[in-house]
Structures are given as structure tokens and as C-alpha cells.
Design a protein around this ligand. Structure first.
Ligand code: SF4
Length: 197
């Protein structure tokens, strides 16, 4: 099997674990994402590694959309993620068009932990969730020690451990997608040549 396909399969296994744990924390604490909200996908600073884009790259190739996606990515000039489908004028309402294959960083959005300056655990919660569930947010802060949130850096590290070369560097999400597609297409082309010999 191709090396990148093997890595992609491993990444998907980790995604499944991460997705369940981080979503479970949000459910348990009552910190729910606003229905139809896609504000985090509009953020111009979303970064991902090439490694976590591999499952989506293989899916696009399977669907015959690799070349058209590369062309569209090159022409994309809106802020935020290329795969975000806007449902409102201001873009705040919308949805992910590749939800099942979205990268790892998108599975950590919402509510999760990070370390503050002194190494203390802090809670990262989206401003809309804070506004919608102020009591649940306060309760979650009080329960930081007894019910600690899953840490963002642990989720990222779980993915990175699969391959430090492809998982070690972050790029703007659309650029990470472009690189993942190019790498998979190149590997497939190279293996095709080897098979033909
Ligand atoms: S891949 Fe999907 S969830 Fe992630 S930023 Fe893009 S649109 Fe949002």
C-alpha cells in the first residue's frame, strides 16, 4: 500500500478518537455549538498540517475532484477555509462541506483546554458558546480540576506522532490542503510509473 495512504488511515483512526473525546466534553459540560454557526471556519488564521489533510486529499482524489480543487484553491481569495459553505451574507451562518473528512484542528474547536503562562490549565471556549451558555461556562471553569477538559496540544500531538515530517509544521489551512493533494497525486503518479515498468 502507498505510504501516504497508510498514514491517512492512521490519521483517521486518531480523528475518530479525538472527535469522540472532545465532543463528549462539550456535551457533558453543556457547551454546545450554535446551530448552523460557522464563524470559526471564517477565521483567517486557521492552520493545519499536511498530515491531517491527507484523508480529505484521498477522498477528493477518489471523487475525481483533485485537479479542480487545486485550481479552485489557487483562485480562492476569500478569508477563511475554502471548504466552508456560506449560508448567510456575512458568512456567519454556514457549514463545512467536507465534515466527515475535516482536519484534526476542526475537531478541537468549541471547548478544549490549553496551558496558560504558568502552565495552568485554561479553558478555550468560543465566544458564541460563552454567550449562549454563560452558566455552563462558569460551571466548567469551576470544575477545571475535577473535570479537566481535553487539551488541544494533546490532540495535536496525537496526530503529529503519526509522522513528524508531515505533521510537524502548520500552514494556513488552504495551503496545507494544496500541499496534501500535490503530495498524494505525486506519489500516485510515481507509483503508476513504477508499476508500468
Ligand atoms: S475543514 Fe470544515 S470545519 Fe474545518 S475550517 Fe474548513 S469548513 Fe470549517
Amino acid at each position: 500500500m502507498q505510504r501516504l495512504q497508510q498514514l491517512s488511515d492512521q490519521v483517521e483512526l486518531v480523528f475518530s478518537d479525538i472527535g469522540q473525546r472532545y465532543a463528549q466534553y462539550q456535551r457533558d459540560r453543556g457547551l454546545f455549538c450554535r446551530s448552523g454557526c460557522g464563524e470559526c471556519c471564517l477565521h483567517p488564521g486557521i492552520e493545519a498540517t499536511v498530515l491531517e489533510m491527507l484523508p480529505l486529499a484521498f477522498e477528493l482524489i477518489k471523487e475525481g475532484k483533485a485537479e479542480s480543487t487545486l485550481d479552485a484553491l489557487a483562485a480562492h481569495d476569500k478569508p477563511g477555509c475554502f471548504f466552508y459553505s456560506r449560508h448567510s451574507e456575512d458568512g456567519k451562518q454556514g457549514q463545512c462541506s467536507v465534515y466527515m473528512k475535516r482536519p484534526g484542528i476542526c475537531r478541537l474547536f468549541g471547548a478544549a483546554g490549553y496551558n496558560g503562562r504558568e502552565g495552568e490549565v485554561q479553558l478555550s471556549v468560543c465566544k458564541n458558546i460563552k454567550a449562549d451558555y454563560p452558566q455552563a461556562y462558569q460551571d466548567s471553569l469551576i470544575a477545571l480540576e475535577s473535570d479537566p477538559p481535553p487539551m488541544i496540544r494533546n490532540g495535536k500531538e496525537q496526530i503529529r506522532q503519526i509522522d513528524y515530517e508531515l505533521g510537524g509544521m502548520n500552514f494556513p489551512i488552504n495551503e496545507a490542503m494544496e500541499q496534501a493533494l500535490q503530495k498524494v497525486l505525486f506519489e500516485q503518479y510515481y507509483l503508476g510509473l513504477a508499476d508500468a515498468e
